[in-house]
Design a protein around this ligand. Structure first.
Ligand code: ADP
Length: 552
């Protein structure tokens, strides 16, 4: 830890919240630039909507959503049409403030007129979403799944999914939403942070009972009910891959801006928390993606009124320790270099975050306060050895010593098998046709010009049109400028980002508009694909000509 600022270059940098250190020139950082912004409720909804426009069937795992306040009138109109076309339908919607977490400010409504417009909707935008009324229940309770996903690399794309996750339960038996029960958060919202305050919350030492359980224990229950859990897993894997495919274009724009290609910089990886709800039909639905999933392995218990104590939570420990351990195993910088399987713990431990220290604080179990600090450090090391499967080293460690003997040579062999399962590129063939926007983002980045920016200026846009030869007698350069101004102005009026110019989503909209114009009768994804091919061919030809001129 470097509370006063970092002085040494490290192999792995473990940041608590976000990528924020511009002075890292090598090694690996556990956060991607722009991830927090990319997975905010509104940005995620926009990214999913764009993918739903392109591939409506493939992306039907995300509930229909509208962005407030800008789409309020569209929302009102669509709900009216919904009700007119099916008068017996009584849809429910969930309103979620942008940037909120832990259920903060969330409420359910039956009618658009119930949206709380008083106060500061203008200053606090939100997403309103179709409420999934028929979730799968276990013990008559609604629950959701928190899955941990490691985005190991953006280019090439590498995704791992933890084989186990958490299931977080509501604390009141579920009933479909009615005007009477709409406000009962313990019935409708699965957030741990809310349900912990319910008198019905059950802390359990077992992983398959209580208000927080392992997902594997749920799968066992479902399997015993005859559910095809293999199919369920495969649906979850596709949901995760497709969601990441929706996020990568934006992430690439942030990446090139913070870590320009060709300059020394770190590589990034990140553990993401996916919140998934299973419908009664067993279809997994994405609720949200968390850039900073909690890695705490203890929870607060109220001993007497107002007196709290942190106690270990075996369920969290079982799932989260494995995720961190295996993330470190996968990104281990020494792995590539050495032939034997000796792990370099000291590298890791030097750079471990406060987060991880709190992870182990609960298990330090130190009664003697004087030794607490010292012991905590030691326990971090010991605990890690233990978790890594090297029990014998415990006996060799002198109690007061800060130094640990080197990890045994056969450590990797003694470790439990990886809890992180690679799903991409493993299944890349099935999903590569969905990666159209990565190619649109590559065009966008190519014409950004100035390094360090995320927005395209009017000259960059004109150069793109000219180099790809998209302007003609029906689409003059004056029309190009109008297109740029119209779309850019609208996007900038919606965003909080004050940097001028065209953002990626605005460029995507312009690109779709050009594709529709050029290839009228095709479905949108074919129009976009055809225009991409045309642009890429023309840019390749241009590059070829420039090379020839250069030689000449
Ligand atoms: P937060 O980041 O505040 O936790 P979420 O989007 O995860 O926001 O929503 C909080 C909870 O509300 C979820 O854990 C889930 O129980 C419930 N929820 C969210 N969206 C839906 C939905 N579309 N349908 C049904 N329940 C939902």
């Amino acid at each position: 830890q470097f509370p006063l600022g970092r002085r040494l270059p490290c192999d792995i940098y473990w940041h608590g919240v976000s990528f924020h250190d511009s002075n890292i020139f090598s090694g690996q950082v556990n956060k991607f630039p722009g991830m927090m912004e990319t997975v905010r409720k509104i940005t995620l909804s926009r990214a999913m909507r764009t993918m739903q426009d392109l591939f409506p069937v493939e992306y039907n795992f995300y509930p229909r959503s509208w962005i407030l306040p800008e789409e309020l009138s569209v929302f009102v109109d669509e709900v009216r049409t919904m009700k007119d076309s099916n008068p017996s339908s009584k849809p429910t919607f969930i309103v979620k403030p942008d940037g909120g977490c832990q259920g903060d400010g969330i409420y359910l409504i039956k009618d658009p007129s119930d949206i709380r417009l008083t106060g500061s909707i203008q200053s606090r935008p939100a997403v309103v979403q179709e409420y999934i009324c028929k979730p799968l229940l276990v013990d008559k309770l609604k629950f959701d799944i928190r899955l941990y996903v490691l985005l190991k690399s953006l280019e090439p794309l590498e995704i791992y999914i933890a084989k186990d996750g958490l299931s977080r339960f509501c604390t009141e038996p579920y009933q479909e939403p009615t005007l009477k029960n709409l406000h009962q958060v313990f019935m409708h919202l699965t957030n741990y942070s809310l349900n912990i305050h319910s008198g019905n919350f059950i802390h359990s030492d077992s992983v398959n009972t209580g208000s927080k359980r392992t997902f594997s224990s749920i799968l066992c229950r479902l399997s015993s009910r005859g559910v095809d859990v293999k199919k369920l897993w495969s649906d979850i894997i596709s949901l995760v891959i497709k969601t990441i495919i929706a996020l990568t274009p934006e992430l690439k724009v942030y990446y090139q801006s913070d870590i320009p290609a060709g300059k020394p910089g770190p590589t990034c990886f990140q553990i993401l928390g996916f919140d998934i709800l299973l419908m009664k039909s067993l279809k997994p639905m994405l609720l949200e993606v968390n850039a900073n999933p909690s890695m705490r392995i203890e929870h607060e218990q109220e001993l007497s009124p107002g007196v709290f104590e942190n106690v270990p939570s075996p369920v969290d420990e079982e799932v989260k320790v494995a995720v961190i351990r295996d993330t470190l195993r996968l990104v281990d910088p020494q792995k590539k270099k050495r032939k034997d399987t000796h792990l370099s713990f000291h590298t890791y431990l030097l750079i471990f975050p406060t987060q991880l220290q709190s992870l182990h604080a609960g298990v330090a179990g130190m009664k003697d306060k004087q030794h607490k600090h010292h012991s905590l450090k030691l326990s971090l090391k010991l605990k890690f050895y233990l978790k890594l499967g090297s029990c014998q080293s415990l006996k060799q460690v002198p109690e007061a010593s800060e130094e640990l003997p080197d990890a045994p040579k056969s450590l990797e062999a003694a470790l439990p098998s990886l809890c992180l399962k690679q799903v991409f590129p493993k299944y890349s063939k099935q999903f590569s046709y969905l990666r159209l926007l990565d190619r649109v983002a590559a065009l966008f980045i190519r014409f950004l010009g100035v390094k360090g920016t995320t927005k395209l200026g009017p000259t960059g846009f004109r150069t793109f049109i000219r180099n790809c030869k998209l302007s003609n007698s029906n689409f003059s350069m004056a029309a190009v400028d109008i297109l740029y101004i119209d779309i850019t102005r609208r996007w900038n009026s919606m965003g909080i980002d004050k940097e001028s110019g065209m953002c990626l989503q605005a460029f995507v909209e312009a690109f779709f508009c050009l594709a529709r114009k050029k290839y009228k009768s095709l479905p949108l994804h074919e129009q976009v694909s055809a225009l991409l091919q045309l642009c890429e061919n023309r840019l390749a030809a241009l590059r070829g000509r420039r090379l020839v001129w250069g030689c000449g």
